[in-house]
Design a protein around this ligand. Structure first.
Ligand SMILES: [Zn+2]
Length: 103
């Protein structure tokens, strides 16, 4: 399934419908991070369920799930880079401290 992040946005994606007749807009931030999609399945079946009982495993359509996968990849990579930088930053500082102690 083709998922395209919307430029400059963190939570919104265009997802190509599997039937190939257009794209759906997915906004992962909505419904307390359940996500919202404008496909008929979500609008007619999942959205009423969400409003009635709150989010569950069953309240994400395949388009939301596809967008969640891409979101995870993007954000996880950023977190990995951030953690690596922090770890390296701390090592640098430790080495500097040791150098200062030695002198
Ligand atoms: Zn959908």
């Amino acid at each position: 399934m083709k998922v395209t992040p919307i430029e400059g946005e963190w939570f919104r994606f265009h997802v190509l419908s599997q039937e190939g007749n257009g794209t759906y807009l997915v906004d992962l931030e909505n419904y307390d991070l359940n996500g919202e999609c404008d496909c008929p399945h979500f609008r007619c079946r999942l959205e009423p369920l969400l409003k009635e009982r709150g989010r569950s495993d069953a309240t994400r359509c395949k388009h939301i799930n596809a967008a969640v996968n891409m979101w995870f990849d993007r954000v996880a990579r950023m977190v990995v880079r951030c953690v690596e930088k922090q770890v390296c930053g701390n090592e640098d500082r430790k080495q500097q401290d040791q150098a200062a102690d030695a002198s």
